[in-house]
Design a protein around this ligand. Structure first.
Ligand code: PDD
Length: 289
């Protein structure tokens, strides 16, 4: 695979960073994941805005090659170099605070952030979105700034591995009795006909798919509330699903071994999935930046 690292295009086997990179030493960095369909990004402006918000939150000054136009140009080259212009792909961007001798405080002004981008083939799992799968719940032991797409993902990694071991699709985090989100997805449920999801505050990532799902719900007249689902409400949830760039809308039909309602994907979930597909694959909506 040809990737982009600090201004050059190199095979992944030759892409090297210093062991003193603050991403390696402290996990001091940020990432973003775009979905591309035949080379066109889905909701590029929203991904760009979230990424730039993250840079501001971490006080990393924005490298020129991470401006929207440059990312677009680098992605075009990566898609071409890796034969990804047809079909679907993801673009992964990671920026760290750069290479410096190890101090907890920020390094000297002018330390150049490390910038890496890679494109990979992506195969959406339509079958999984039609049939759904199970989830487990785990305590949300993450920090209080889960709205930042930091590369520090250990709680997510450990929870997802636990789900994997249990043959579950996703682990759902629970904080103070409320379901926050999945390890790499946002969570939605339907209770008493109302579509519910955790508010986009510091405890969840403001997912781009989450926003699109809320817009689709509005367009088809589904009542919605940005109000977290309590763990004690799970027994009366009619539908549950997770969503994200790599999950689309995936029904959750069992939680911790217990079926969700009838144990099969519900009608609102299915309608929202169809609406997301329409947005994903309409050329207009994914127009190039
Ligand atoms: N993850 N919540 C978390 C914790 C996530 O990591 C993600 C996405 C989402 C969904 O956000 P979006 O709809 O913008 O993709 C929610 C990416 C895909 C990843 O870590 O690979």
């Amino acid at each position: 695979m040809i990737m982009y690292l600090n201004g050059v295009y190199v095979p992944d086997t030759e892409a090297k960073i210093s062991v003193l990179d603050r991403g390696f030493i402290f996990g001091d960095g940020l990432y973003e994941v775009w979905r591309a369909i035949e080379g066109r990004f889905f909701e590029p402006a929203r991904h760009q805005a979230r990424f730039e918000n993250g840079l501001r939150a971490l006080k990393i000054s924005q490298p020129d090659d991470t401006k929207a136009a440059q990312i677009r140009a680098i992605a075009d080259r990566l898609f071409a170099e890796n034969s990804l212009q047809a079909g679907e792909a993801t673009l992964y961007l990671q920026v760290t605070r750069g290479v410096a001798s190890r101090t907890h405080h920020f390094p000297a002004q002018g330390t150049k952030p490390t910038v890496m981008m890679m494109a990979r083939v992506f195969t959406p799992s339509e079958a999984r979105c039609r049939t759904g799968g199970s989830a487990i719940t785990v305590p949300d032991i993450r920090w209080h700034r889960s709205n930042i797409k930091s590369v520090q993902l250990l709680p997510n990694v450990l929870a997802n591995e636990q789900a994997h071991q249990a043959d579950a699709l996703e682990a759902l985090f629970v904080r103070d009795g409320l379901l926050t989100e999945g390890t790499h997805s946002n969570l939605f449920g339907v209770i008493d006909g109302v579509l519910r999801t955790h508010p986009a505050n510091d405890f969840v990532l403001p997912g781009i798919t989450r926003e699109v799902v809320l817009e689709v719900a509005e367009s088809i007249g589904v009542p919605r509330a940005e109000k977290a689902i309590g763990i004690d409400e799970l027994a009366r949830v009619d539908e549950l699903f997770v969503c994200g760039t790599t999950m689309d809308v995936t029904p959750i039909i069992r939680v911790d071994g217990a079926p969700v309602a009838g144990g099969s994907p519900g009608p609102i979930t299915n309608a929202l999935y169809e609406g997301l597909l329409a947005r994903l694959y309409s050329r207009q909506e994914v127009a190039k930046t």
